[in-house]
Design a protein around this ligand. Sequence first.
Ligand SMILES: Cc1cc2nc3c(=O)[nH]c(=O)nc-3n(C[C@H](O)[C@H](O)[C@H](O)COP(=O)(O)OP(=O)(O)OC[C@H]3O[C@@H](n4cnc5c(N)ncnc54)[C@H](O)[C@@H]3O)c2cc1C
Length: 329
Amino acid sequence: MVSAPGLRFPQYDVVIIGGGIAGLTAAEVLGRARRRVAVVDAGRPRNAPAGHVHGFPSRDGIAPRELLRLCRAELERYDVDLIDAEVTGLAADRTVELEDGRILRGRHAVVASGLRDVLPDIDGAAERWGRDLLQCPYCHGWEVADSPLAVLGAGPDSVQQAFLVRSFSAEVTLICGEGLELSGADTAALAAMGITVVEGTAAGLQVQDDALAAVVLDDGRTVPCRAVFCEPGAAVDPVLSGVPGCTRDADGCLETDEAGRTGADRIWAVGNVTDPSSQVVAAAGDAYRLAVALNAALLEEDVAAAVRAAETAAGPPRLSAGEPAAATR
Ligand SMILES: Cc1cc2nc3c(=O)[nH]c(=O)nc-3n(C[C@H](O)[C@H](O)[C@H](O)COP(=O)(O)OP(=O)(O)OC[C@H]3O[C@@H](n4cnc5c(N)ncnc54)[C@H](O)[C@@H]3O)c2cc1C
């Protein structure tokens, strides 16, 4: 770690907040571009409750934390500091404050802090989350295919989710709770797809031998199933989304341009903090693109600084005879 002259805190080219797949991918690309990088990570990747990561080519089925361990190990050969800590503040000047009082500063900062899933308000949700209370058929549908499945209907998107889940099993039940009103066309399409609709409010999950057995409704009825899919809400850390100039969308996620720039100068964002639907390989891809754009921005600053330094070293340009004084810069 290097302290820049005149600064009372370590200076990096880039400080990355969050060491999930997005933050670590950006760190690898920037580290390989010979940038000095810090990654500060609190150790709570979103998919940690799940046993396996799927849909990441060459690593299908790997444990979530093992994937990140491999990523971190690769970074050892580059100028990347991995700091296990919670970030408690990010200022507009890219000063990053850690919970233990340490302060880092980056020429640029990247927010890659993911999001927190807001689970359905039913008994047992936290215990079964990522195991048999699931959110993504692409990630986990294969593993529960051809068994009875349920979908917690909580909004208009639940009908589409039920159609998708139907491609994994012939036995699908849509639990039509508050927030979901089926149109006549929905009802007809669900029936045509062979999806059972149960009106009612889910209240809890019935577990037998450490496996989901049924969804329990608030009137005591049960919907037997091997797994249940839902659409969790998303919460973004307010500390990191409170930077002046950073704007948030309706989900609370940080808004960026295509490269990952937020509205705040030299503060970037990538991964689930910008898009809750971004899966592992997509978050990694976006982080790669961000890192290339960020390195281009650093390079532009480096060139401008070099030109300024060269001009200072050379002194004012000498005027040739007859040249007007206005030519002096
Ligand atoms: C149950 C479940 C299972 C999933 N399974 C799959 C799957 O099989 N395949 C797939 O492609 N996708 C899957 N996903 C989606 C996957 O989790 C995301 O694509 C991925 O986590 C996004 O990476 P990220 O780096 O943006 O965020 P994260 O992985 O969440 O990483 C963010 C990191 O930032 C850290 N952080 C947050 N706040 C701070 C702070 N203040 N200070 C310091 N560090 C902080 C967190 O601790 C965390 O380590 C699943 C999601 C869930 C919920």
